[in-house]
Design a protein around this ligand. Structure first.
Ligand SMILES: N[C@@H](CCC(=O)N[C@@H](CS)C(=O)NCC(=O)O)C(=O)O
Length: 70
């Protein structure tokens, strides 16, 4: 697996609650692309990928870092 999607979660790490992350999940499912989900809380977002973003979703796809759901 070389794709990692950072998804906003609360106490329950199995339930991402960001609609922007959902858009990315739906797009990946539509394309039939596998990925791992990495749950992050609000305060962890600035630490993702060495501070690459202040918002999620962020998708690490091999060497490529994709920000913004659109
Ligand atoms: N235009 C962005 C918006 C992303 C966005 O607003 N993400 C929110 C979660 S729904 C976020 O990361 N908020 C973090 C914060 O406000 O600290 C996209 O479509 O991906």
């Amino acid at each position: 697996m070389n794709r990692t999607l950072y998804a906003l979660c609360g106490a329950d790490k199995s339930r991402p609650f960001s609609p922007h992350v959902w858009k990315t999940m739906l797009s990946l499912a539509h394309k039939g692309l596998d990925y791992d989900t990495r749950a992050v809380g609000f305060t962890q977002i600035p630490t993702i990928e060495n501070g690459a973003t202040t918002l999620v979703p962020v998708l690490r796809d091999g060497d490529l870092l994709v920000r913004d759901s659109f």
